[in-house]
Design a protein around this ligand. Sequence first.
Ligand SMILES: [Ca+2]
Length: 584
Amino acid sequence: MSASVAAGILKKEDRVGGVMGEGMDAPLVARCRIQHDLFMKSASIIHLLFLALALWARPLSAAVPFPNVLFILADDLGYGDLGCYGNPQIDTPVLDQLAREGARLTAHYSPSPLCSPARAGYLTGRFNHRTGAVDVPSNRGLDRIALSEKTMGDYFHEAGYATALMGKWHNGLYCRDYLPHHRGFDLFYGFANGGQDYWKWNLLRNDEAVPHDGRYLTDVLNDEAVRFIQEHKTKPFLLFLAHHAPHSPLLAPEPLVKKYRQRLSKEVGDAVAVTYAMIESMDAGLGRVFQSLKEAGLWEKTVIVFTSDNGPVMGRDPQLGSQKRFNGVWSGEKQDVLEGGIRVPCIVAWPGTIPAGQVVETPVHGCDWLPTFFALTGQTAPQGAKPLDGVDIMPLLKGRPSPELLERTFFFQRNRYAPVKHANAAIRQGRWKLYWPGDEASLKKDSARDNPSYVRGITEPHWEMPLDRQLDAPTQGQQPAPQLFDIVADPGEKKDLARDHPDQVQRLAAQHDAWFSSVLVDWQKSRASILATDREYWKNRPSPNPTALFNDFWIWKSAPAGTDRDTADPLKVFRGYWSDSTTN
Ligand SMILES: [Ca+2]
């Protein structure tokens, strides 16, 4: 999408205008008419007739003036991981049914192929670079959304909604000001880092530690969602349910694992069996969440979106082996801006308002959800809110595709640490996609320096440490030539057409470069803001003792062979990890 589109997303006509979608059944037509026509300034006789019919067919929902929002985000769940997206081996009956009752999107793009930046896009409705979140290392602050940004929580809190974020955050760990309950969410029930043990989890309920109690993490989050819904039967709410499944560590209830071990061939292996068990477990729990909406009388008063932050991991799990599995026709996986990394399942349901059984092929971007949801409130954006990069797509979901949406321009770029223009970058416009592969230098991970921030959080209670203020300069090896794909004729991105269409290459490259320059300026501002707030945060707090923190830390397993844990200095073993934070 272009910057010019961005500014106008909350126009009233976008959310209330409308023509009848063809192929809709009579009750749905009536309900859509209620939504549209109530706001019409002048109604024709035909309109009035339709309105009368609609009112006769179904009374208006007077108790809840605008709908609840339930946004469900899975973690590392790929396009091919649900039955309704063609997976022949997995059982996901609840989400398959949700798709039958709503819309199944076949060209839904996550803002980024990686956890933190993808979430930043979903949460702010802005390209992730602008927010500061471009990578995952919490110890470097690269996962953070700058405090100058407004989140979905801020928008809905100020609109009078009850707001909650449950599950994985991964958009700021070390400075408490960056946690969800300081970012517009009344309730944070989850974990702030990128990974968590599914049995020995350690959660936060706002500032209170919640120790594990024997339940499976996925069940814990669904239980909490049910509780939240039961407590908010009369007040509109935004519930951002960020499931950790099926992200590693790969752990699932044994009976389900056993079922998939028996179902899958030996060649597929245990890692996939466990992954599918994790997904089915989530699916079953979501069935309980949906049932609680029905029992509370909120089923037709709640917009539900289910999607994922990025594509599947297809590498090797250290214990369970290959994670390679079905992912539709797409190339690439998590971290890639090839379709397999960014095109993720997305089901949208609002029973009675969004026509059931739709398959939406128009490209949709993860930044669209905030403007789409918020337009339903009829409120103005919070003070200090910045222009959004997404647009309100509710008209599309109600059955009104538009040429403008079909031709929108989407941008993706993801490398390690500081953003590099032509590293793992892509622009899609209509049927064309221009793609720059990532090179080894810009994608290389400094594991010794980065891993402790993830690994520690998996098994340990939450902990604080200063931000690593050092950031390596952008690195890129030989700049790869861009490849051009006709994404409609060649969805698997196999045939490079760059030589046949140099004009398209030049045109799209120019648009990408202009976009990158724009978001890079915003990233630099956000980065400076994040460093400044961190410096202020730690000014009057004691620095943690690194030796104590690293004592008995299982990241020692990744130390070089021959390292004596009892005598080695962790600061030297994990060189650079603490950076200048220990001397400031
Ligand atoms: Ca993820």
